[in-house]
Design a protein around this ligand. Structure first.
Ligand code: PDD
Length: 286
């Protein structure tokens, strides 16, 4: 069934939605994006995604094309028009169409391109993967140095995902200077002796909106959280490992580079955090 999507102020059937071949997003990957999950027809962590979007735009000297309220309205309208109960809203903003190809940024008054579409994912909250966990391999992190900006430059993460597939596992963890940065599209954690360890925030990783919420809920539940880098060896020797993202919430990792983590089955901390996250973020959904 055809979706209704949003392009530059218009709601259109997906077949009719187009973007110029000169769009900076297409030619230069000059764009940023957000993925917001939908549960029970409502948006999860919307204020966090809106705030990070604004930060990404500011860091790239791109204008903010609409207010947070207007953005929320478009998100809600798309969720309603497409009857999304569980799923995702994808949003992308590029530096627009300057009418030709040029490395220099176009004039600041060039209209940005704003695209949103929904993805229906029934069963997102009851994901059976939470019961079995996933397996990962490690791979060198050769991405650019501003991973804190959520740009659409996703070629290397796509290649890493394919390397994982070829290795018959589910995902890859990036490693730089001997330490894990993050997963292909998620933030990563280990648990040892009840303490949760996750890499500290810097330009080396995306500042996950789910990460922020999970760290807060964990601390509120009196769990200890240490924000520092860790190695693959430390992760393999941990009691548990898990990852977070807007599309997966909290999911356990049970094997890293062929070695079982802990018992090789999902652990109680990841399970508790998933439960807490779903419960608390649903209360705040809009
Ligand atoms: N990815 N790190 C990277 C590199 C990511 O791409 C993502 C999200 C995260 C987690 O951020 P958040 O909790 O705000 O979703 C961390 C999205 C889901 C994607 O690309 O589909």
């Amino acid at each position: 069934m055809s979706r209704t999507v949003y392009v530059n102020g218009e709601y259109l059937p997906e077949e009719e939605a187009t973007v110029s071949i000169f769009d900076r997003g297409f030619l230069m990957a000059d764009g940023v994006y957000e993925v917001t999950s939908v549960l029970g027809g409502k948006l999860i962590d919307f204020p966090g995604h809106a705030a990070r979007l604004e930060r990404s735009l500011n860091e790239l000297e791109m204008a903010v094309p609409m207010s947070t309220e207007e953005l929320l309205e478009v998100h809600r309208e798309l969720v309603a028009r497409n009857g999304i109960e569980e799923g995702l809203v994808y949003l992308q903003i590029t530096r627009g169409n300057p009418g030709d190809r040029d490395f220099a940024f176009p004039p600041a008054d060039t209209k940005p391109t704003v695209v949103l579409f929904t993805q229906s994912k029934p069963g997102l909250a009851a994901n059976p993967v939470a019961q079995v966990g996933i397996k990962v391999i490690s791979i060198p992190d050769i991405r650019w140095g501003r991973r804190d900006i959520k740009t659409v430059q996703l070629l290397y993460p796509s290649m890493a995902k394919m390397a994982a597939k070829k290795a018959h596992v589910d995902d890859a963890w990036f490693v730089e200077d001997g330490f894990v940065t993050e997963g292909t599209s998620n933030n990563v954690y280990i648990v040892k002796g009840g303490k949760i360890v996750t890499r500290d925030l810097s330009n080396d990783i995306l500042h996950g909106i789910t990460r922020a919420a999970v760290v807060r809920f964990a601390r509120e539940a009196q769990m200890e959280v240490e924000e520092r880098p860790f190695t693959i060896e430390e992760a393999q020797g941990a009691d548990e490992a898990f990852f977070t993202s807007a599309s997966a919430f909290v999911l356990p990792v049970v094997e890293i580079d062929g070695k079982a983590v802990g018992t090789g089955t999902p652990g109680p901390v990841a399970a508790r955090l998933r439960e807490l996250y779903l419960e608390e973020s649903l209360k705040a959904a809009v």
